[in-house]
Each structure stands twice: as C-alpha cells, then as structure tokens.
Design a protein around this ligand. Structure first.
Ligand code: PEP
Ligand code: MG
Length: 583
C-alpha cells in the first residue's frame, strides 16, 4: 500500500472515492502542418465552426454555473465569451490560414500566443486575468480542433475526482457537485483561495500533492482523505471497505454533531462563544444557517469581480447584501469591502504592473485610491443596512489613517443618501481586519479608531512569517502556531479587551478545533468559521473550559516552536476529556 499512498495537504475534510479526471489545462503539442491551397477555405470553415462550438459550450457552462451557484459567479465566463467574439483577432487568424496555408489549430495557437506575449510584455496586473482567460480559450479551441475532447470539465461521470496541476477559484466554482466528489492538485495549500472555497462548499480536497500528474491518469481509481491529506491510488476492495467504515463513522459523528446545532456554544465553565460563518459565495448562506451560524463574521465580496469583465453595480450589491442580512435577522453580518489586488483584479480594472503584487496595491489601498469603486460599495452597504444588521470591515489595513478616511467616506455617503432621499441606515459599525504585523503591533490604536476587530490569520501568518500562503513547497513553514503569530494574536486580544471593543478571528485557523481551543484561551469570544466546520467547533467549545484553554494558551505563548505549541494544545484538550487524535 505504501507505494500507492501519496501525501499532500488536506485542505477540505471528508473521504471521496472515485475515478480521476485529469484536467488538462495545458496546451497540447500542435504539429506545424501546412495544407494544400485547395483546402485553405476548409480550414477557415473549420475554425469558424470550432469557435461557434466552443462559444456554445461556454454559454452552456455559464448557464449551468448560474443554476448551481448563481448568476454573479457565472459571469466568470464572460471574458472568454468576449474573446471568442473578437472580430479583429479571429480575422487575423483567418488571414494567417489564407496567407501561410496553416491548419486552423496552428494558426489559432500562433495568434493566441502572439497576443499573450504582447500582453505579458506590457506586464500589467490587469492583463493577468485576461491572460488566464486567453489561455483558457486557446486550450479549448485548439483541443476542439484537434479532436482531443471538448472541454476539460466535460463528461464527468458521477463520482469523479478532479486532478489538476493547479485549481483556481474559477474552476472550483464550475464544479458540479452531483458529478465531482473530490479535488486533488499539485499546487495550493490550505489557505489558497480555491481551498477555502472547496472547504466552504464541503468538497473533500487534497492540495500540494507533488508529482500527482506523473502518477495519476484519467481513470485511475482514487481514495482521497481530505482531512488527513492522503490520496490512495487504485485502492483494493478491502481498503475501500475500510474507508467506507471510516466514512460511516465520520458521518455518524457529523450527524451527532449536527444534532447540537441549536445548542449554545458555551464552555463547561460558562463562557458563551459566538460562532459565525464565513461566506464566500451566495450558496453558502443556507449552509451557514443550517449549521447554526450566529450571523456572518466574514462576507467575502471578491466573487463579484474576480474573473469578471465589469464591476458590479451599486444596485447589484444592495440586492446581495440585503439578501444575506435578511437571512440572519437576529445577528450581525460583517461585509468585508473589496480585497482586490495580488492576483485578484477584474478584467475591467486598470491596474499597474507590480514586481510584488502581494506587497503592492491591494485591498483598502485600492479602495481608497479608487473612490468611485469604494463609494458604490459603501452606499450599497448603507442602503442594505436600512433593515438589517450589516457591519462594514476593511481588509489589509496597515495605518490608522486608512480607518479614519473610510469612516469619513461612510459619513459622507450616508449624508448624500439622506439628501437624495434614498432609504439607508445613517451609519454602520466600521471594523478592521488585523492581518498585517503593522496592524497587530498597533492594535491599541486601531481599537481606538474602529468599532471592532477581526483577525485574518491567513494573511497575518503569511506576512509575519514571510511565507506565501499558496506555495505548496513552503507549506510546512506556514503555521499560525508559530510563537511569533501567537504573540501577535495575544497582543490584539489584549488591546481589544483594554479598549472594550469586540475582537474575533475569521482566518482558517478558527475552523480548526485545536486552534479554536487556543483562541478561546487567548481571549477571543467570537469565531467565524467555514460553514461545514461549525458543528465541530460548537462541539469543541461545549467540551472545554475557558480555564483550561487559558492555561494552555499561557503555556503556548512561552513555547519555543510551533511543534511545542501543538503538543501543549493536545495536552490541554486531553485535560478537558477530549482524545486529541480525533481532532
Ligand atoms: C485572512 O487573511 O485570514 C482572511 C480571513 O482573509 P482572506 O483569506 O480572504 O485573505
Ligand atoms: Mg486576508
């Protein structure tokens, strides 16, 4: 079995058994072939027919995505459709066929690569998204012309496991869960955005599985364990039975945990912990409610823009925010303003080339520099807050002036809406995400300037340890249990407590039971977690005492290494009567 077992990073728990479907996002080798003059027009016709077929196919994918996850996410396909309507580009491909007698696939590839090189040399971050779309279109059209299958996402039998070098959020959104039961990729880690999405969608996933494509082929039977991060190739009948037994046990545990959905998350010594949900996509609203979320602690809004060719209108945003707010009439819903930048720029957006996009023009920096984008979002939040409990939260803050300026803009827009006679809340609480060392170190100042704090441990870990959160090669270095991150977490909790402002944690760390125990010990009383993790975290809270959690946190702060921290936490939960091996 050993040689059939591969280990990666478990990013979304659960077992899945199925046949692999290897997603070919790479361009096949296109032979350089010329055709006789008499066949040139036939190649042009073949090109036109292929473009039409691919257009139809993408339109179909878009419709299916709209049905599954909503019309907004489905707009992710618009950019590719637009490219297939580009008359100048297609005209140039036809000219190349006629002038050089090339096959349709060779001419299309040539022109697409030429276009890609031209965009790459501009080096604009805005074009990065477009290059990804261009690649997508190129692969689809060329594969179609070469009769290599219509599309990488087509023809999944029920129970397929998607295997790819890299799985982006766009691909994850397209997955039909009736067909796809699991995900495996060579790249990616627990905190890469596609992993967060898979977790939110409750789809078992293993990422960072180095060498996967060398060993797994379409049709290879796989048994994946998204909790343990393992992938077993060609499992035997016995291994499948074992896995099923484990799955049944896991399922029984989940059912048992879900029975506790309406029980309050109170520790054995009476501390009430508020458990909220992280919502990345509209379809997760129901999952969060079903799992007993007390509101939304992090509503990510980037799905509105990433991969889209246009920015959402104010009215579109009002509709969505209002829908989420109304889904939780008794609880707050914390809307995080656009966290654009890095690799998340909509095609419609002018972004400059940057050597280090993750240290560059991102998040609140973009919003403050592009007031029309930010003001529309602020207005949408104020309007939707008229009959809901919406909060506004700003990401990647590093200086107090960013909070002050945001507050001024909120007040200005509230005033404007009042003058216009548009129904809107007169104000909303303004909170700050603590996800940079600067913000953590200055937490006392940030507390004074804002209404609440929420720690984004994904970015806080990335920026404190200088480890790219999506780099599989560095995955063992990316740990929120590093004592440096722990001290920052403690500093933030203490500052919030001293300033009498609420502080929560909404990074992935809060979805992990052992870490949730630590966070409670550090003084956090609100955790916002991926909806599927709510039952487990609720169960954990109900088993432990704040006193024991405090003791463990105290010892963890003195630990030398992340390994020591984990040992301390395991001992701590064991002292509360929990077998740490089941966490
Ligand atoms: C974080 O950084 O921890 C966070 C919650 O934000 P995101 O994962 O969306 O960057
Ligand atoms: Mg973040």
């Amino acid at each position: 079995m050993k040689d059939r077992l591969m280990r990666g990073i478990g990013v979304s728990p659960g077992l899945a058994i199925g046949a692999a479907v290897v997603v070919q996002s790479q361009l096949p080798d296109v032979p350089h072939r010329v055709v006789p003059r008499s066949q040139v027009e036939r190649e042009v016709r073949r090109l036109r027919a292929a473009v039409k077929d691919v257009q139809r196919h993408i339109t179909d994918l878009k419709a299916r995505a709209a049905e599954r996850v909503g019309p907004d996410e489905a707009r992710i396909f618009d950019a590719q459709l637009l490219m297939l309507e580009d008359k100048d580009f297609l005209g140039a491909v036809e000219d190349l066929i006629r002038e050089n007698h090339l096959t349709a696939e060779k001419a299309f590839e040539f022109k697409a690569l030429e276009q890609r090189d031209a965009w790459m040399s501009v080096g604009s971050a805005r074009l990065k998204d477009r290059i990804t779309d261009l690649n997508g279109v190129m692969v689809r059209v060329v594969r179609h012309l070469m009769h290599l299958g219509n599309d990488e996402l087509e023809g999944f039998a029920k129970g397929s496991i998607v295997v790819a070098r890299e799985i982006g959020p766009g691909l994850t959104v397209q997955m039909d869960r009736a067909q796809v039961v699991g995900l495996v990729s060579e790249e990616g880690t627990k905190t890469s955005h596609a992993a967060i999405l898979a977790h939110s969608m409750g789809m078992p996933a293993v990422m960072g599985l180095t060498g996967a494509l060398g060993r797994i082929h379409t049709g290879t039977m796989l048994l994946i364990d998204g909790g343990r991060g393992t992938v077993l190739l060609e499992p035997t009948q016995e291994e499948i039975i074992d896995a099923n037994v484990r799955e049944v046990k896991d399922h029984e545990r989940v059912v048992e945990l879900e029975r506790g959905v309406s029980l309050p998350a109170v520790t054995t010594d009476g501390l009430r912990v508020a458990l909220r949900g992280n919502v990345d996509l509209p379809e997760e609203i129901n999952a969060a409610r079903a799992h007993g979320a007390e509101g939304v602690g992090l509503l990510r809004t980037e799905f509105f823009v990433t991969g889209h060719t246009s920015l959402p209108t104010e009215d579109e945003q009002v509709r969505y925010f209002s829908r989420v707010g109304k889904a939780f009439p008794d609880y707050p819903v914390v809307i995080r303003t656009f966290d654009l930048g890095g690799d998340k720029f909509p095609a419609a957006f002018q972004a400059p080339f940057e050597a280090n996009p993750f240290l560059g023009w991102r998040a609140i920096r973009v919003c403050l520099d592009q007031p029309e984008l930010f003001r529309a979002q602020i207005r949408a939040i104020l309007r939707a807050a008229v009959d809901t409990q919406l909060h506004l939260m700003i990401p990647l803050v590093t200086r107090v002036s960013e909070i002050e300026r945001t507050r001024e803009m909120v007040a200005e827009e509230a005033d404007e809406l009042r003058k216009e006679g548009v129904p809107a809340a007169p104000s909303v609480p303004v909170g700050v995400m603590i996800e940079t060392p600067a913000a953590a170190v200055l937490a006392d100042r940030f507390v004074a300037a804002s209404d609440f704090l929420s720690v984004g441990t994904n970015d806080l870990t990335q920026y404190t340890l200088v480890v790219d959160r999506g780099n599989a090669r560095l995955a063992d270095r990316f740990t929120p249990h590093d004592p440096s991150v722990l001290r920052l977490l403690q500093q933030v909790a203490d500052a919030a407590c001293a300033g009498r402002k609420p502080a929560s944690v909404c990074g992935e760390m809060a979805s992990d039971p052992l870490s949730a125990f630590l966070l409670i010990g550090l003084g956090y009383e609100t955790l916002s977690v991926a909806p599927p993790s709510l039952p487990r975290i609720r169960w954990l809270v109900r088993q432990v005492s704040r006193a024991k959690a405090r003791e463990a946190a105290h010892a963890a702060l003195d630990a030398r290494t992340d390994g020591d921290v984990l040992d301390i936490l395991r001992t701590g939960v064991a002292a509360c009567g929990i077998d740490p091996s089941i966490l």
